[in-house]
Design a protein around this ligand. Structure first.
Ligand code: 13P
Length: 270
């Protein structure tokens, strides 16, 4: 049995008061929902405040990134222990907005424009392992760019990213991760991947998990879809057998729309 999940990735949005108000709206709407894991991922600066707002509810806290070292001279970075001390249970790693080449993007780099922080597959793996070792659940993101899809590389890219992300983990650790299929071309574009295609690619992800952790390992692992999940598209997505929920950007920035995503997921999958 897999736990369905609806996770709101607020990205670089919300000052403290906005974050508290948004979290309050989620708690009031779906804070006592059972059968669906409801997760909020505010920016680092709002974690502590959101933790206070969701205390006592069923809503859980995630960070959007982490560094693998415990402490030291790593200016600008945040450790697993720091996230735990803010009340985090989850951390997103390998989001496409953090992968890819490092540097200031050129205006014509449409795919690269949102892949500017330089996280390699090895970095994603190291972050995910550090999260697990420290008691956080990593939500590991994978997905192809538009150019990769058009070149017919979707399955190979996604498979390679999954295998690299899980490298060196024990089967028990792999059993504890959450994965998210986020096709880069569907993020923030309003263009949702067709539900049956997202379902198919998540099948590829499950096959990749099984290839690393043994046949049947993937059947207990929560795998989300992310990329323009909206109230109008969520029902078809979460009705697919392989899709256990969503990792949501834009539609998580309004409590009403996020709560609707949770409610539909609860109705279909809970
Ligand atoms: P959107 O829902 O805004 O497309 O963002 C998806 C995403 O990147 C979630 O991590």
């Amino acid at each position: 049995m897999r736990t369905p999940m609806m996770a709101g990735n607020w990205k670089m949005n919300c000052d403290l008061d906005e974050a508290a108000a948004l979290a309050q709206g989620v708690v009031e709407g779906v804070g006592s929902v059972e059968g669906v894991a409801v997760v909020l991922a505010p920016p680092f600066t709002a974690l502590d405040r959101v933790a206070s707002v969701i205390a006592g509810s069923n809503v859980r806290l995630s960070a959007q990134n982490v560094y693998w070292q415990a402490k030291g001279a790593y200016t600008g970075e945040i450790s697993v222990g720091m996230l735990k001390s803010c009340g985090c249970a989850y951390v997103i790693v390998g989001h496409s907005e953090r992968r890819g080449r490092f540097g200031v993007p050129e205006p014509d780099m449409t795919d690269e424009l949102i892949r500017v922080f330089g996280d390699t597959d090895a970095a994603v793996n190291t972050k995910a392992r550090a999260a697990l070792a420290g008691g956080l659940t990593p939500i590991i993101c994978v997905g192809e760019t538009l150019a990769e899809r058009e070149a017919g590389l979707t399955d190979a890219i996604v498979r390679d990213q999954v295998v690299a992300a899980l490298e060196g983990m024990t089967p028990e650790q792999i059993g504890a991760v959450v994965l998210a299929y986020e096709p880069v071309w569907a993020i923030g574009t309003g263009e949702t991947c067709e539900a049956d295609e997202a379902n198919r690619v998540i099948g590829v992800i499950r096959a990749a998990i099984d290839s690393v952790a043994g046949a049947g390992a993937a059947q207990d692992i929560t795998v989300l879809y992310g990329g323009s999940v909206k109230p109008k598209s969520v029902r078809e997505l979460v009705s697919q057998p392989e899709i256990d929920g969503g990792l949501v950007g834009g539609a998580s920035l309004e409590a009403d729309s996020f709560n609707e995503l949770v409610a539909v997921t609860r109705e279909v999958r809970g």
